[in-house]
Write a protein that binds this ligand. Structure first.
Ligand code: SF4
Length: 339
């Protein structure tokens, strides 16, 4: 297999708070190869957005990379100067934010902002840049692109705004797109259109996508490989087919059961949505042992005392659960703990 485009190794990220340093991402490793889509899925507070923000060092003043490496085309991003990273943002790696209004400036026209994004990384003259901006808007499915160039963001619908953000993100044809919940703020039909658009752009240009989502429906639609996160750790990682055909971690199984289907109705015809009981633990109150044990229906004594390792099963399917580890290995790890 070729070198990965993006390689994250043993990354831990913390935040300074009044109560001390909290670890939001713990010992995370993942790779993204050229042309593939890797989805990171998990509930709020699982560390998926912090992982994506670490790549371009967008953690804010309180964020600290505690350990690990992030390599893009073999280049160490964590050792890269702020000036060099600014040059890479948009050109090599682009981000699509969850809420398009935060990515667009309300006081500038769409045209102004798109031209700015184009001119940042290319030497096109104004007229050429304008033609390219119109072409980009057309490519992301915006009708009447010439007149939209003169509109302000508030005049567009949420779906149209997100299309503009995508147009800005692909303006410099970056090899890697990071999309953090790009469809969360949109209604279901627009969501489907945006996902189709991302797929088409990827097919046309071979862009790799790191997609952050809490929605397994989006994962099923988009992913080649899936990373499931819980309370700052990877709990399962597999190819999309392997994950959906045979989810191994009780948390992934719970997420799958919580997916609404046309059969999730009571006899009276009312919707019956299944949820995983409990909440993701607070980072300053992580439970001892397996972090999922207070919510896990299969919890054993060892789960409450020792943290399971992320271990490989078949077909590079990684899972962090004592249930999937051979008994002899557990006995060695457990020492005197009852299993
Ligand atoms: Fe559940 Fe134990 Fe597996 Fe954790 S290690 S997911 S508590 S069975």
């Amino acid at each position: 297999m070729t070198e990965p485009l993006l390689k994250i190794e043993r990354l831990s990220v913390g935040f300074r708070t009044d109560g001390g340093e909290l670890k939001a991402v713990d010992d995370l490793s993942l790779t993204v190869y050229e042309g593939e889509t890797v989805c990171i899925v998990g509930e709020s507070g699982s560390g998926k957005s912090v992982t994506s923000q670490s790549i371009l060092k967008l953690l804010g003043r309180n964020g600290i990379i505690q350990q690990g490496e992030i390599r893009y085309k073999g280049h160490n991003l964590l050792g890269t100067s702020e000036q060099e990273l600014r040059r890479m943002r948009g050109k090599d790696i682009s981000m699509i934010a969850q809420e398009p209004m935060t990515a667009l400036n309300p006081v500038f026209t769409i045209g102004n902002q798109l031209l700015e994004a184009i001119k940042l990384h290319s030497k096109r003259r104004r007229r050429e840049a304008r033609e390219y901006a119109v072409e980009l808007l057309r490519r992301v499915g915006i009708p009447r692109p010439e007149s939209i160039m003169n509109d302000y963001p508030h005049a567009l619908s949420g779906g149209m705004r997100q299309r503009v953000v995508i147009a800005m993100a692909i303006a410099s044809k970056p090899p890697l797109l990071i999309a953090d919940e790009p469809t969360t703020a949109l209604d279901v039909t627009v969501q489907a259109q945006i996902l189709q658009l991302l797929k088409k752009l990827q097919k046309d240009s071979g862009t790799s996508i790191l997609l952050i989502t809490h929605d397994l429906g989006v994962v099923a639609e988009m992913a080649d490989r899936v990373v499931v996160m819980y309370a700052g750790q990877i709990v399962e990682q597999a190819d999309v087919d392997a994950l959906f055909n045979r989810p191994l971690h009780p948390y992934t199984q719970g997420l799958m059961k919580a997916m609404p289907t046309i059969h999730t109705q009571t006899d009276e015809g009312e919707d019956r949505l299944i949820s995983i009981p409990g909440n993701v633990p607070m980072l300053n109150h992580l439970p001892q042992g397996c972090r999922f044990h207070p919510r896990c229906p299969y919890s054993q004594p060892i789960c409450r005392q020792a943290e399971p390792p992320l271990a490989a099963g078949n077909d590079k399917h990684l899972v962090r659960c004592w249930l999937t580890i051979p008994t002899e290995t557990i006995q060695q790890a457990a020492g005197g703990i009852a299993i």
